[in-house]
Write a protein that binds this ligand. Sequence first.
Ligand code: COA
Length: 149
Amino acid sequence: MSAREANLLGNIHGGEIVKLADSTAGAVAQRHSGGPAVTAALDEMAFLAPVHVGDIVRTYAQVNWAGRSSMEIGVRVEAQPWDEPSREQLHVASAYFVFVAIDAEGRARDVPGVEPQSPDEVRRLHEAEIRRSHRLARRAEIEAARRES
Ligand SMILES: CC(C)(COP(=O)(O)OP(=O)(O)OC[C@H]1O[C@@H](n2cnc3c(N)ncnc32)[C@H](O)[C@@H]1OP(=O)(O)O)[C@@H](O)C(=O)NCCC(=O)NCCS
């Protein structure tokens, strides 16, 4: 990544990593759903290590869970110094996005389900369900608190 994307510390700005992860997740969501899909929520973004100017950054993403029209996409971001190709890629960030597939009118449309095969896919599905249930519970609690205030 280039110096144009750096923050005042000289590392890559976190927002640039979010944008990259969002773009990758969007591509995966559109492929899975066979059409347009929009970012509905960024459920979690963890920055694990700084990304430096000149690093080659790679993103990996998959559909962890699918509902009726929404999908959770997990993204892993790895970085490697541009001039050290033999150096192991460092896991620098992880993110979980919720995308919703939309039709031409912008309305939510149905998406194919997820059928986990490998142990990793089963684990990702289970963890996505945990995040979803926490998200829904948090929203319900906040709405209840607002009604009471
Ligand atoms: C995402 C969007 C299409 C959802 O529309 P909506 O009218 O709320 O749709 P629905 O109530 O029918 O919900 C559709 C699905 O989205 C999910 N959803 C909606 N808002 C959500 C949120 N904030 N977080 C997680 N899931 C959400 C619902 O749970 C539902 O999932 P399911 O079909 O798998 O059960 C709409 O809010 C939208 O267009 N948002 C703007 C998207 C955008 O511009 N993104 C780019 C940001 S810069």
